[in-house]
Design a protein around this ligand. Structure first.
Ligand SMILES: C[S@@+](CC[C@H](N)C(=O)[O-])C[C@H]1O[C@@H](n2cnc3c(N)ncnc32)[C@H](O)[C@@H]1O
Length: 302
């Protein structure tokens, strides 16, 4: 039923996750490998955000899944669709926490689905499919719960995604969408700034929705907005502070020696990589200033 959907994407999503950019390479040194592929949810906020550099990235990533699942409200008999599941770990977490559920993880990249199948096979009730989540190949009302964690920024058409999600959700069902959004319509004016262009190239996106766009498109699709949450201070601000700290250390020979002592894999980061990281961190700060890290909890009326 499912064929490879990679060529259909208007953006080259695979370049965000294949080590061709320095931000991904840094994340891969810390943990991003055959694991979760999100930014994580951090304990230290505001002026203490840099302290998150001591937080294990993998634990922060799992915490982001757990926080999202708390809002999703999965029950034992539910059919759950994990949209853009990456390498399948979030679907596996849902399966572990909620025995009795049927969980399907879907991702655009067949290489991610191959990793998911290799890591999390032989578990009854958990399966993975390759597919474009903006064009779902499921019958109307197939799922009770859906999660879309940190992926919708890639989608060329988020309104269509929400319409598809609405169709495939059963009446009374719920979806949690976790995504970046322009703070206001006016912040979209930064879309073509050189810094934003660099971040768009690294993470392969054309545009964000604004928060108001999301709420409008959700209601247009038929959803009732149960709640909206701003996790900027827990996700995008802390990870930005961590990267700024790493980049600052990488600018000094003593800092590089410290990082290599802490994690010898940092020896693989070249001077050109450190320079590229510096530019990337500056560019991400610009996008961070104009956008928030948002959670939309949407319900399909009975
Ligand atoms: C930042 S990763 C997040 C993965 C996962 N949700 C997690 O938390 O680990 C974004 C994922 O979105 C997937 N993706 C992007 N566009 C997609 C689409 N149209 N359909 C399905 N998956 C898509 C990418 O392949 C990637 O695995």
């Amino acid at each position: 039923m499912f064929t490879s959907h990679e060529p259909a994407a208007s953006v080259a999503v695979h370049t965000s996750y294949d080590g061709s950019n320095v931000v991904y390479r840094m994340l891969r040194l810390e943990t991003w490998g055959p694991a979760l592929m999100n930014l994580g949810y951090y304990p230290f906020r505001g002026p203490f955000a840099t302290l998150n550099v001591v937080v294990n990235l993998e634990l922060a990533q799992r915490q982001l899944v757990m926080k999202s699942l708390k809002l999703l409200g999965v029950k034992p008999e539910h059919h759950v669709l994990d949209l853009a599941c990456g390498r399948g770990k979030s679907s596996f977490i849902i399966h572990c926490l909620h025995p009795g559920t049927t969980v399907v993880g879907m991702d655009l990249l067949d290489r991610n689905i191959a990793v998911a199948n290799a890591l999390f096979d032989h578990l009854p009730g958990l399966s993975y499919v390759n597919g474009d989540v903006t064009n779902l190949q499921f019958a109307d009302g197939s799922f009770d719960r859906m999660l879309c964690l940190e992926a919708a920024f890639h989608f060329p058409n988020r309104a269509k995604f929400l319409q598809e999600a609405y169709r495939v959700l059963r009446p009374g069902g719920r979806i949690v969408v976790v995504d970046f959004a322009w703070k206001t319509e006016a912040h979209r004016e930064s879309l073509d700034d050189p810094e934003t262009r660099l971040v768009r190239e690294i993470w392969q996106w054309d545009d964000f929705f604004s928060i108001a766009d999301y709420e409008h498109a959700a209601v247009e699709a038929g959803f009732k907005i149960k709640s909206t949450h701003d996790w900027t201070s827990r996700v995008s601000t802390p990870i930005q502070a961590v990267f700024r700290c790493l980049s600052n250390l990488g600018n000094h020979s003593w800092g590089r020696r410290f990082l290599e002592w802490r994690n010898p894999l940092y020896r693989s980061i070249s001077p050109a990589d450190w320079k590229a990281l510096d530019e990337a961190v500056h560019a991400h700060q610009h996008v961070r200033n104009n956008s928030n890290y948002m959670v939309f909890v949407l319900e399909k009326p009975q």
